[in-house]
Write a protein that binds this ligand. Structure first.
Ligand SMILES: CSCCC(=O)C(=O)COP(=O)(O)O
Ligand code: MG
Length: 234
């Protein structure tokens, strides 16, 4: 299929692509930080919490205070490291389940999901957020239906695919779907130009998504990439 042909798979970034960056920075991050002290106090020695605690570098997991300070530092710098993302997913779970957290998807997202599915396309997710966090987000959206999990075929994060700015991660994703082997049958959408570059390097089609609140794009970015403001443009 030519690189401009209709994709079979639409692979989606989350933050800055399907929902505003402000939801992550101003809602999800503060929720995680506020839930952290009580969670650590209740769960610190529990076997079910050990997977999250033990994933931290040993020097940052010596005490609840040390782990809290490290989490605060990482989140203040928006470091997208797997052990933090995994803990965040765990901390967000109670907020989504109680109804306090609902993902505000851009208006064009859910209608386009329905259209893509009607047209026989596969929808997959690739985010720095953990797969568990991705599933929580798409199960609890502000739309109708709120639960978009039935529309999504697969989920990738930095653990099962690799860093989002490396072409090899997109090749790994392709290798997990041998039924759709042609990279050009895949369309990756992201707010991050370096991620779009990496997907293109792996042979995928890829567009930059420009949403309110996203980082400014340079003239060069606009020259090198197709930039869309809404999924309705696809
Ligand atoms: C799905 S978890 C919430 C978002 C998040 O923590 C994150 O880092 C999103 O990064 P993305 O790769 O989707 O831009
Ligand atoms: Mg993003």
């Amino acid at each position: 299929m030519a690189s401009s042909g209709q994709p079979i798979v639409v692979l989606l970034d989350i933050e800055g692509t399907v929902c505003p960056i402000s939801f992550v920075k101003d809602v999800l991050f503060p929720y995680a930080l506020s839930a952290l002290p009580a969670t650590l106090q209740a769960q610190w020695d529990k076997p079910e919490f050990s997977q999250y605690r033990n994933a931290f570098p040993a020097e940052h997991a010596t005490s609840q205070e040390a782990l809290t300070a490290h989490v605060k530092d990482l989140m203040s710098r928006d470091v997208k490291i797997a052990y933090l993302k995994s803990l965040q997913g765990y901390l967000w779970e109670s907020g989504y389940k109680s109804g306090e957290l609902k993902a505000p998807l851009f208006d064009d997202v859910a209608p386009k999901f329905a259209e893509w599915k009607k047209d026989g396309k596969e929808i997959m997710i690739y985010s720095s957020g953990s797969v568990a966090a991705q599933k929580l987000l798409f199960k609890h959206t502000n739309g109708e239906p709120a639960d978009l999990i039935p529309e999504i075929s697969d989920y990738f994060d930095t653990v099962n695919a690799g860093p989002k700015q490396e072409a090899s991660s997109y090749q790994t994703i392709l290798s997990k779907h041998p039924e759709i082997p042609e990279a050009s049958d895949w369309l990756f959408l992201s707010d991050n130009v370096k991620e779009v570059d990496a997907a293109k390097q792996a042979g995928m089609q890829s567009f930059v998504v420009e949403r309110p609140g996203n980082a400014e794009l340079s003239a060069e970015d606009r020259q090198n990439h197709r930039v869309i403001k809404s999924f309705a443009e696809i």
